[in-house]
Design a protein around this ligand. Structure first.
Ligand SMILES: [Zn+2]
Ligand SMILES: [Zn+2]
Length: 135
């Protein structure tokens, strides 16, 4: 599935291919501090950015960086550097109707005051890291 998106001000736009519409919500402390709350993100096979000169990248760990528009501050993606794999924030896509919440990760980091409804998988941080071979 090919889908388009953009930042808040429109300086950065993108076309993503092979978009995974079953998405996961992440409750980890980094995502919450970076975005304001839990985030939902979609894995993509590839993405082409226009206005890439407006993208600022922040190294949030040894293995990953987080990208945002330096003009409007809109958060755009999480990028696994070695695998060159992009995970795009659902809110950046033009059409968000196809996305379905399929799971939650870092459930043990979620603040107690809210929950996402639904019968889907919920992994702790340790379970998630084990599932991607990073335990
Ligand atoms: Zn922008
Ligand atoms: Zn996270």
């Amino acid at each position: 599935m090919s889908m388009t998106g953009r930042c808040l001000c429109g300086a950065v736009t993108f076309v993503a291919e092979d978009v995974e519409t079953d998405v996961e919500a992440c409750h980890c402390g980094q995502c919450r501090r970076w975005s304001g709350a839990a985030i939902m993100a979609a894995s993509v096979g590839r993405v082409d950015f226009s206005g890439a000169e407006h993208i600022r990248r922040y190294d949030s760990s040894e293995w990953a960086e987080r990208g945002f528009c330096q003009e409007c501050g809109a958060n755009l993606f999480y990028h696994l550097k070695q695998a060159d794999k992009y995970v795009l924030w659902v809110g950046a896509f033009d059409d968000q109707a196809p996305f379905r919440l399929a799971g939650e990760i870092y459930i043990d980091s979620k603040p107690p005051g809210y929950d996402f409804a639904g019968d889907h998988r919920r992994l702790t941080g340790a379970e998630f890291l084990a599932s991607i071979g990073e335990s």
